[in-house]
Design a protein around this ligand. Structure first.
Ligand SMILES: C[S@@+](CC[C@H](N)C(=O)[O-])C[C@H]1O[C@@H](n2cnc3c(N)ncnc32)[C@H](O)[C@@H]1O
Length: 155
C-alpha cells in the first residue's frame, strides 16, 4: 500500500521537512508515505477566497488517481484513536487500494472533495496549522504501523 498525503501548501519550514522525513524513512515499503504538494490559490488584497479554494480543489483532483481510497482531513471529521487508525490502516492495506490523505489550504478543503471522500478524519477538535498536520499525520501513520507489527514504539 502507498499512502499519498496530498496537501495544499509548499515551502514548509525546515523542521517540518526533517520531522516528516524522519517518520517517512522509518515506514516500510508496504506502508510508504509520499507527499504531494499543491500550490495554494492566490490570496491577495482583493482576493476571491472561494475562487482560490476552487482552484486548489481542481489542482488536487488533477493529482488524484481514480482508484485511490480518499480520506479528507477535517476538524469536523471523525476522531480516531491511534488503535482505531491502526485498524483503519489495516483495512486500507487489505482493500488492495492505495490511499490519498487530503489536507486543505488556509480556507479548508474544497467542499466537493470533502463530500466525495470515502472517509473524513479529524486529528483533534483544534484547528491545526498545516505544517503540524503533516507532521502529526506522518508520526501517527508510523505509530499505527508499529502497533500493527507489535513494535514497542507504539506504547
Ligand atoms: C490551517 S487548516 C484550515 C483551516 C480552515 N479554516 C478550515 O476550517 O479548514 C488547513 C488544513 O489542515 C487540516 N486540518 C487542520 N486542523 C485539522 C484537524 N484538527 N484535523 C484534521 N485536519 C485538520 C485540514 O485539512 C485543513 O483544511
Amino acid at each position: 500500500m502507498k499512502v499519498r498525503l496530498i496537501a495544499v501548501g509548499n515551502r514548509m519550514p525546515d523542521w517540518v521537512e526533517r520531522g516528516v522525513d524522519e517518520y517517512r524513512k522509518r515506514l516500510p515499503r508496504d506502508f510508504a508515505l509520499e507527499i504531494v504538494e499543491i500550490a495554494p490559490g492566490a490570496r491577495g488584497k482583493n482576493a476571491d477566497v472561494a475562487r482560490a479554494v476552487t482552484l486548489e480543489g481542481q489542482r488536487m483532483r488533477e493529482r488524484l488517481r481514480g482508484d485511490e481510497l480518499t480520506v479528507a482531513l477535517e476538524v469536523g471529521g471523525k476522531a480516531w484513536s491511534t488503535e482505531r487508525l491502526a485498524r483503519e490502516a489495516d483495512d486500507w492495506r487489505h482493500s488492495g487500494r492505495d490511499v490519498a490523505l487530503l489536507v486543505g489550504g488556509p480556507d479548508g478543503l474544497e467542499p466537493g472533495l470533502s463530500a466525495a471522500a470515502d472517509q473524513r478524519w479529524s486529528l483533534s477538535a483544534l484547528t491545526l496549522p498545516h505544517p503540524m498536520v503533516r507532521l502529526i499525520l506522518a508520526e501517527q501513520l508510523y505509530r499505527a504501523w508499529t502497533l500493527l507489527v507489535g513494535h514497542p514504539y507504539h506504547r
